[in-house]
Design a binder for this molecule. Structure first.
Ligand SMILES: C[C@@H](N)C(=O)N[C@H](C)C(=O)O
Ligand SMILES: [Zn+2]
Length: 220
């Protein structure tokens, strides 16, 4: 398995952000398939920075015939990120009573980004999968399975997956990488463009997108 750089790695926080000011656009209006599982009254979870959305369109065009991207969650308000992070860190604290605060933060970042670094809250990250005319493809685990729930099979390069699931992951990763996205290696479904993690992993001097607030459709 390749070496994994976690979101809590100090090198991620050291990347400067020079926000280019791109707006959040509506991915449904841009023609992407949106899964309803994270839908919210303001439609925040289907918003995405415009430059990243253009890259997403390129990725979709690179898929084999008959396959499409299915977007589950893009933008995530900071309060929600905090809720996810605190909830999972608490779960880990129960499972590992001896862990220090630093160990808990690092372990939690395998599955949720620390809020101050959160790529979803910058409109830079997206959780997605593949589907065809029959529905979602088998990716080896459900989306958002934690490392504990999936016994590590949520890791993109996990061993022992059914061959078809491993191939489906490879198709998704190949299309997204070719369009300029970086995958988070502990989550087969999470990709980003323009955030600090992306900048570190693709050797850019700075991130293009920092935290952004979305207040509703009139914001867009
Ligand atoms: C919670 C999960 N879907 C996710 O998005 N994790 C990444 C690491 C994040 O919180 O940015
Ligand atoms: Zn994500």
């Amino acid at each position: 398995m390749r070496d994994i750089v976690l979101m809590a790695d100090p090198r991620v926080a050291r990347i400067p952000v020079v926000d280019n000011g791109e707006p959040l656009v509506d991915l449904e209006a841009a023609g992407f398939l949106i899964d309803p599982r994270h839908e919210d009254p303001l439609g925040a979870s289907r918003r995405y920075r415009s430059g990243a959305a253009e890259r997403l369109a390129q990725a979709e065009k690179l898929l084999p015939a008959g396959l499409r991207l299915l977007v589950v969650e893009a933008y995530r308000p900071l309060e929600l990120q905090r809720k996810y992070f605190d909830g999972y860190r608490e779960e880990l604290a129960q499972l590992n009573p001896g862990y220090s605060a630093e160990q808990l933060r690092t372990a939690a970042s395998r599955y949720v980004s620390p809020p101050e670094l959160a790529p979803h809250s910058a409109g830079a990250a997206i959780d997605l999968t593949l589907c065809d005319a029959e529905g979602e493809l088998d990716m080896g685990t459900i989306m958002n399975a934690t490392p504990e729930q999936s016994d590590g099979r949520c890791y993109t390069d996990a061993e022992g997956l059914p061959p078809q699931a491993a191939e489906n992951r490879a198709i998704l990763v190949e299309a997204m990488h070719s369009a300029g996205f970086v995958n988070y290696p502990t989550e087969w479904w999470h990709f980003s463009y323009g955030d600090r993690y992306w900048a570190l992993m693709s050797r850019r001097p700075e991130a293009l997108y920092g935290p952004i607030e979305y207040r509703g459709p009139l914001d867009a």
